[in-house]
Every structure is written in C-alpha cells, then in structure tokens.
Design a protein around this ligand. Structure first.
Ligand code: GCB
Length: 622
C-alpha cells in the first residue's frame, strides 16, 4: 500500500529516513498483463541458482534507495553502507525463503536478492552479417514471486509487479552493460487491500519461488498468440490471434501460421501489431481429450515481405504443441467435444512440505499419478495460479483443469486498487494458459459473501475473462445460502458453471441438510461441487463420531458421495483436498499448523482411508 502520509521537506529533512511515499515511483512503472511476452519455445538463459540474500524487515532497500549504490559522497569519500551485497548468504533461486532457515519460517517482510551476470549481445552480430544492424532486445522474466517485486538493474528501477502467482517480464535492453548488478526486492506482507488479502487458509510463502531467466528477442518479435477451435460444435474452423511487437520503426510485417499435420501454412495480416484469422479445416482434427491427449505441433513466423518470395526475411519464430478441443455448457451439461463429461476431480494446493510453492517436473508427474490412482480426470488448482508447467504437463497427460485467482473470502471488493490488481492477475493467468487444452474453466474467486460490491467486482472479472478468452466457461466457488438452505447466489447469473463449496458432515455435522439443500435447488446451469471433506490426521484412529480420525473423514466421503450422486445437475466434484498443507490458522493438536483435509498426508505418500473411498466411487462411475 502506498503510504499517503506526506512529510514536509524542511531544511533538516533526510530522504532515507523521513520519506513516507517512497513506493510511488515504483508503482508508476508497473509490469502488467498488457506487456506480458509468451516465453514458449524461446531459448532462455536461466538466472536460477545462488543469489545473495538478506531479509529486509523494514523495507530499507526501497525506502533508502540502496539500489542506487551511493557508495561515495560528492568529494569521493566513502560512505557507510547498511548493506553488503557480496557478503550476504547465498539463497537458492527459486525457493521460498520461509523454508531456507528455521528462523525465517514465519517471515513476511521484504527480502532483498542480488547477483551479477555478464552480458554480450548475440543477435547484433548475426544481423550485422545479414547487412542490417539490428540490436537484440533483452527482457528479464519471472515466473512468480510473492507478492510485490521491484527490480533494479545497474542502479535503475526497471519494473514492479504485484501479485504472488503470475508471471511478469520487463525490458532491460537500455539498462544492460557488460557487467550487471541486479537487485530484486520482494515483499510478502499480507495486506487487507491485496489479492489475496491478509486472511487466508493457506501459508504465505515469500520470495522468488519460481524460475527467473533472460529472454533475448529480435527487435521485432511475436509477443503472444491464441489458437483454438471456433467452438460452434462443428470442429471445422480454427481461430487464431497474434500480437506482435513491431519495434521502433514500423515496416510491413505479416505472420505465418504452420500446422503441418493439418496442411495449414497461411499468412496472417498484421495491423497495429495485431492479426487474426479464421481458418477452415479440410477435415475434422484429432480432438484432444483426457483419454487421447493429442497435441499438434505448430510454428509461427514473423516475416517481412520483400520483393520476391526468396527475399522474405524471417524476424522471429516460435513453436508450440497445442491440443484442439471444445468445451461448452449447454443447459445443465458440460460438453467436451460435444459429449457430456463428468469432472472426477480433487482440489490441490501447490504446497509441498520441503519446497513450499516451488515445484519441479517430478512433483507435477507424481501429483497426476495420484489423480489417476483415484480414477480421476480433473484437478481444481486452488486458490491461485499454479506453476505454468502444470498446465503443460496436464496437456500431455490428459488432465482437465480448473484454474483460479486468489479473489478469496473477504477481499476489499469496494477498492478500485484491489480490482485492478485482481483483473491484472486474471489477465496474466489467462494469457499464460489460454493455449493449454487441459484448462477448461477460469474461476474468478472462492467463497465470497453475496454483497453488492462483490457482485459488481466479480461480475466485471467474469466479463474480462470472456473478453480475453471466449472459448472457456467461467465459474467461481460459491457458498450455499445456509439460511434458506439452497443454492442461491446472485453471481450465478454471471457464471457458466456454478461452483459450490459445502462442508456437511464437518463444519456443519448435520449431513441430512445436504440432501435438503440439493432438493430445494433447481439450478439452470451445471453445478460442480468444488469442495467438501473434513480433517483427519494420518494414522489417527477412532470411530466415525471421532473428529480428526481417518474413520470420520472416510465416513464423510461415503455419505457425501451417496447423496451427491443422485442429483443429475451435479456435473463434477473436487473434494478438499489431495494433500495436507501448511496453514498457520490451524492450531489444534491434530492440525499442528496444517490443514489436514488431505486424502494424503503432507508427506505426499501416506494415504488416508478416504482416498480409497473416492477412488472406488470414481472407478464405479467410469
Ligand atoms: C474452504 C476454503 C478452503 C479451506 C477449506 C477448509 O471452504 O475454500 O480454502 O482450506 O474450506 O479447510 O476449511
């Protein structure tokens, strides 16, 4: 939050200690979705590895402008410094600082990272040989850092990003030197106006916890693209949109899209940096589905037209592998490639006992193995965007995904700053993952009270989701109206699928209310039960009456499933949750700072009894 208190500049005013609005200049250079570049298939140079790090409890790096490295006074005499880049300890990037040292477990302040790297242009030489001097453009790319990240290169602020789980990039072409010092201040305060706000049922991991890399691009490049089936049920037309960075001097450019397996090789006009095409297909494509996760290799070229075809100059080229499928809602059905689908799923947090929110390919694959052991086809990635490799892995493995932004509980719905942040996170997520066939639902939030401010806020988010991607249903995890005992939420009007969280058998022990609630409701749209469940400490025995026992949790699953299966308007389930996860709000002797609603312990291997109950249910309806 920008501190609005201003201090008058008197003759004894000292910038470093008296300035209150020190964040303002950083917030004027925000990295937002409109400048996001799709890094798919780019040759990147990783900046992962050891960075020097210090927790910066009072945010002094940004407050006192350490990054300016004022090491000497105007007469050249050394000044005392409060930082010591080279002697700070090495922290691995990516990682969550909370798991680096025991004393940082609950650290939620700012942390300062720094390292050096050398740079020499590569592309300059190549283009000089080709006859024209075109300098390469260089971007710093962050897959994710929680929450506000300010980046400084060689003493200059190059960008600030808000939001803990979406990627961002910033151009550093003009700030680069041969020897570079990069300083990254990440602050992870929980604040009431943020998305999420200060109260969540998960752990606030801080730091640069996803990959960081350098992207070298030509001076004109393909910024991002969107390829999908038209979605009219005919499987006969592809829609393609592309955005191009035209560079400083505009020249006639066009884009070429190639999909060799479909015999497609077509030019697409680019005007004002944008191009679109509607491409008729000669035959029905091989459709992507969980049981047949087929991906088409595609190639996109940015070309400058010369006089003859041989003079066409290729400025840029990207590749991707894209699944073609259609997801649609009709009445109370969810249709995948025209066929009704039931979402057999489970919810998932990114939290890992040793790595926190940092993940790796092995973790992603083993998560999907557990889903398949459950005979499931669907995961709800709660409550924030997960690592970008998740959707790619799900594309390959044939898993359907619900993706969500942390518009969670009672965020500050009336605050325009909060709205802008939420809309930006939603847009960054959609741009990042809209080419992934596995992603079938965008969720605009979770368990928010049905107020006017929330209706307008989340209604606008739904519209934004459709504006950026008209090819997927929009949903949100709503609460039941527990006074009328029915599915009733004004936001349902704005959604394609009604998500519903209910905890009968747990927070409300009276399971008979679930049947009443579902009987009382007559939704006009498909309903997905996004959450139900109960806590159980792995290994804790007891009767079905004993809270926190595995028996109680398994009983809740048995009872819930036997009721839910008799309501045909329910089109999917993602009970809460696959793995136990860290949660500082949970303080009883079974919980010990963990939410224990996992079907599997936080060790990600010990299964509780309820795992088999759900697996048997999904097997029986396969
Ligand atoms: C919910 C929330 C989820 C919590 C869960 C619980 O309804 O959506 O974030 O962790 O309940 O365990 O209470």
């Amino acid at each position: 939050m920008t501190d609005k208190i201003m201090i008058e500049k008197t003759e004894n005013f000292l910038e470093d200690i008296h300035r209150r609005n020190y964040e303002d200049p950083f917030l004027q250079r925000k990295c937002e979705w409109s400048s996001w570049i799709d890094p798919t298939s780019r040759a990147t140079e990783s900046l992962n590895g050891k960075w020097n790090f210090a927790p910066d409890w009072y945010d002094t790096c940004r407050r006192a402008a350490w990054y300016k490295e004022r090491t000497k006074d105007p007469e050249g005499r050394p000044l005392p410094l409060d930082f010591d880049w080279e002697n700070w300890e090495g922290i691995p990037v990516p990682s969550c600082w909370n798991l680096w040292k025991p004393e940082l477990l609950y650290f939620e302040g700012a942390g300062v990272y720094t390292r050096t790297f050398r740079y020499r242009p590569l592309l300059e030489k190549r283009t000089q040989e080709a006859g024209t001097l075109e300098l390469e453009r260089v971007f710093l790319y962050f897959e994710g850092a929680n929450y506000r990240t300010s980046v400084f290169l060689n003493g200059t602020h190059v960008g600030t990003h808000d939001g803990g789980s979406t990627p961002f990039s910033m151009e550093i072409t003009d700030t680069l030197r041969e020897e570079n010092r990069v300083i990254v201040s990440v602050e992870a305060y929980r604040r009431p106006e943020r998305v999420p706000m200060d109260n969540t049922d998960w752990f606030n991991y801080g730091g640069i916890y996803r990959d960081v890399y350098l992207l070298r691009l030509p001076s004109r490049f393909i910024q991002r693209w969107f390829l999908r089936l038209k979605g009219d049920g005919s499987f006969s037309t592809l829609l393609f949109d592309v955005e191009v960075d035209k560079g400083k001097e505009p020249i006639p450019l066009f884009v070429r899209l190639r999909i060799p397996l479909l015999g497609i090789d077509i030019p697409v006009e680019v005007q004002g940096g944008k191009g679109s095409a509607s491409i008729p297909l000669r035959k029905e494509p091989e459709l992507w589905a969980p049981e047949h996760p087929f991906l088409y290799p595609i190639e996109i070229l940015l070309e400058e037209k010369g006089i003859g075809r041989e003079q066409t100059r290729v400025w840029d080229r990207v590749e991707d592998r894209i699944g073609l499928r259609e997801i649609r809602v009709e009445g109370r059905e969810i249709l995948l490639n025209g066929n009704p689908v039931f979402l057999k799923g489970v919810s998932l947090h990114e939290d890992h006992i040793k790595l926190g929110k940092t993940t790796n390919p092995e973790i992603l694959r083993s998560t999907i193995r557990h889903l398949k052991e459950l005979h499931g086809n669907y995961l709800r990635l709660a409550h924030y965007p997960h690592d970008s490799r998740f959707a790619r892995t799900a594309d390959e493995e044939g898993v359907l995904l619900w993706e969500e932004i942390p518009v969670y509980w009672a965020i500050d719905f009336a605050n325009p700053v909060t709205y802008r942040d939420a809309e930006n996170q939603l847009s960054e997520l959609i741009l990042r993952d809209r080419n992934r066939a596995s992603v079938i639902i965008w969720s605009v939030g979770n368990e928010n009270a049905d107020t006017d401010a929330r209706l307008s806020f989340m209604g606008r988010l739904s519209k934004k989701a459709r504006e950026l991607d008209g090819s997927r249903p929009v949903s949100a995890a709503c609460l039941v109206n527990h006074v009328k005992l029915s599915i009733e939420d004004r936001l349902a009007e704005e959604l394609d699928i009604i998500g519903l969280n209910e905890y009968y058998g747990w927070y409300d022990p009276d399971l008979t209310k679930l049947r009443q609630l579902l009987d009382n409701s007559n939704p006009s749209k498909p309903v997905v039960i996004c959450e139900f469940g109960g806590d159980a400490r792995a290994g804790q025995g007891g009767t079905v009456e004993d809270l926190f026992s595995e028996e109680r949790q398994a009983w809740i699953y048995r009872e819930q499933l036997s009721i839910l299966k008799s309501f045909p308007y329910i089109k999917g389930l993602s009970p809460w949750i696959l793995y136990d996860f860290r949660c500082p709000r949970r303080l009883n002797r079974y919980q010990e700072h963990f939410n224990r609603k996992g079907l599997i312990d936080s060790d990600r291997s010990t299964k509780k009894q309820a795992f088999a109950v759900l697996a048997e249910f999904y097997r029986s309806i396969s």
